[in-house]
Structures are given as C-alpha cells and as structure tokens.
Design a protein around this ligand. Structure first.
Ligand code: UDP
Length: 335
C-alpha cells in the first residue's frame, strides 16, 4: 500500500512510518516540523519506499499518484505545546482534518484520524468507554485541543456518512517511549529528564490525578491493526436487555468506523509514576510540588473492550519494561 502520514516526523507519526516501512509499504511523510523533528525520520531518508515532504497540512494538499490510505497525525499533542500554540492546534484539527479527508476522498483512500482521550475532557465516568460523550469545557485553555479533536471526529464521520469515505478514528490515551521530545512537557519525559539530571521531579497538584500509560510499540500495533482491519467488520449486536434499552432507536451495531480507544488500562496516580521513575533512574532526585494546570483531568483510564473484540489487541509491554527502555533512550540522548 502507499500510505500518507501527516505529522509523520512527530513522536507517534515517526514510529508509524518505521512500522509501515518495515511491513513493506510505501510511506509519504508530511510534516511542517512545528513540533515534529527530522531526527525522528533521518534513518528513513534515502529509503526507496520513503518520501518526506515539509508542508503545512492546513493548506491544500496535492499529492501525485495513487494513495491507499491517509493517516492524520499532525497536531501539537502535549498540553505545553497546544497551550503555546492554540490557534495552530485548532487549525490543524479543523482545517488540516478537512484537507486530509478531502485528499482521502479524491484518492479513494482509507482515512485514519488520530483522536485522543481528551475528547472525554475531565471525565465523570471511569474507565472511559467510547460511547461516553465526555465532559469538556470548550473555553478552557485545554479546549483548543479537545474541541479541535472533537470537531475532527465530527468531520470524519460526516465524510464517512456523506461521501462514503472508509474512515477509522483512534482515541489515543497517554503514550510514552523513545522519540518523545525531552522538553515537550509531558509527564513521563519530564520526570525522566529531571531524574537523569538529578533535579526535582515536578509533580503538579498533589499528584493524586491518574493517568494510564501505554508504551509506544503497543500503541503502534493497535493502530496498524485498526488501519488494516476489514471495512465490513462489525461487532455482534448486544443482546442483554440492559444494553439494548440504553441504546437509541437509531443506533446500530458497532463498526470499524466508530471511534476506538487504544491505550493501556493500567491506571496510576501521577505521584506513583514519579516514584517509579525515581526508583528506576536512581539518582536520588527529590519531588517538587507545583500548581495543577487549569482543568487538568482528575482521572483517565481507557476501557479497551472494543479494541480487544475488533482488533484482538491489548497492550503487552508492562510499565517497568517500557520505562526502562525509555530511560535508556533519554540517557543516551540527554547525557
Ligand atoms: N504532570 C506533572 N508534572 C509534569 C508534567 C505533567 O505532574 O512535569 C501531570 C499533569 O498535571 C497531568 C499528568 O501529569 O495530571 C499528565 O500530564 P501530561 O502533560 O503528560 O498529559 P495529559 O494527560 O495531561 O494530556
């Protein structure tokens, strides 16, 4: 297949480029390098099945030749980045998604949207299932990312329903691993870089808020399965009376076009993750408590029942192994 990935030089995009090239596909990587980096794809440059194009996907996208799939991964994704770049974040979620969908439609290509657990906002139910509509404050500073991705999901479903584009939506939960930027502000990279430098690990709030961390290789496996799963795959209609009554008259059985959570359900408090990093790095770096960012979600944990059933997928890498590999990456890069 010939596959175009927007945001292909970013953390997740570059892992996907690598995986798809390894599977024998041809990859066109598009990135404006706003938060992505050529370092992430440098090893692929010169490969016969890899092409890099520096471009802002909010502008009209023209690509010569056929495409079998378009994967839209371009967006600032760390809270620090999207708070610093609010307009660019809204534009890539809205205009960028529109352009990427238009390209998929023109090429009769499959389309996969990188959505996010942030569509659930500060969730009032946990774990989060895909049929939870979320609790998002549209005018909060975080709203720029959450609403951009919610719009992107709506636009994707509209292209599916109105234009018949074969679409997929993955809701990505917190992910970590090699190729994260050392200073992108996310919790795992921050804690590791701080611990390696022997400086205090900055815990926001009292650290009781929870997150569930997925190692990047597991996430990439889930996403590639979603990309390649057959379009006509549906889940059997639920038969028990309770779930039957809770569905609306218009709802149908679940299909591959419905959003699907990919993440690791192993939930920890931020304090626990800080303590794990402290123990694994072993430099004796202390903790330092800092103010909690506005509207920071209090809990987050994916329900991955749908991914298990549709994709026969679940994460395999445990936190300790994943953190050890990530610490090794940063140790080489930062010291
Ligand atoms: N966090 C923290 N210290 C940091 C960075 C983040 O305590 O140096 C907290 C943050 O407030 C949030 C959690 O860690 O509760 C995850 O933050 P991250 O920025 O990684 O992603 P989010 O899940 O909020 O999108």
């Amino acid at each position: 297949m010939r596959i175009l990935i927007t945001g292909g030089a970013g953390f997740l995009g570059s892992h996907l480029c690598q995986r798809l090239i390894g599977m024998g596909h041809e990859v066109v990587c598009v990135d404006n390098l706003m938060t992505g980096s050529m370092d992430n794809v440098a090893h692929l440059l010169g490969h016969a099945r890899f092409a890099f194009v520096k471009y802002n996907v909010c502008d009209y996208l023209h690509v010569a030749g056929p495409l079998d799939a378009v994967m839209h991964f371009a967006s600032p994704a760390s809270p620090q980045d999207y708070l610093e770049m609010p307009i660019a974040t809204l534009k890539v979620g809205a205009l960028g998604t529109h352009k990427a969908l238009g390209l998929a439609k023109a090429k009769t290509a499959r389309f996969l949207l990188a959505s996010t657990s942030e569509v659930y906002g500060d969730p009032l139910v946990s774990p989060q299932k895909e049929d939870y509509w979320g609790n998002v404050n549209p005018i909060s500073p975080r709203g720029v990312y959450d609403e951009a991705k919610r719009f992107a999901e709506a636009m994707t479903m509209a292209y599916h329903r109105y234009h018949g584009v074969d679409t997929r939506i993955v809701r990505i939960f917190n992910t970590y691993g090699p190729s994260m930027r050392p200073h992108d502000g996310r919790v795992v990279s921050n804690f590791i870089v701080q611990a390696l430098a022997g400086t205090p690990l900055t815990v926001y709030g009292n650290g009781s808020q929870t997150r569930s961390f997925c190692y990047v290789d597991d996430l990439v496996e889930g996403i590639t399965r979603l990309l390649f799963v057959a379009s006509d795959r549906t889940l059997e209609q639920r038969t028990d009376r309770q779930s039957f009554l809770s569905r609306t008259e218009t709802s149908q059985s679940e299909t591959v076009h419905d959003p699907i959570n990919i993440g690791n359900p192993h939930e920890l408090t931020v304090l626990e993750i800080a303590q794990k990093v402290q123990a694994l790095v072993g430099t004796g770096a202390p903790l330092e408590f800092k103010p909690l960012p506005v509207d920071d979600p209090k809990v987050r944990r994916p329900d991955i029942t749908r991914a298990r059933k549709f994709l026969d997928w679940e994460p395999k890498v445990n936190l300790e192994d994943g953190l050890t590999r990530t610490i090794e990456y940063f140790r080489k890069r930062c010291i």
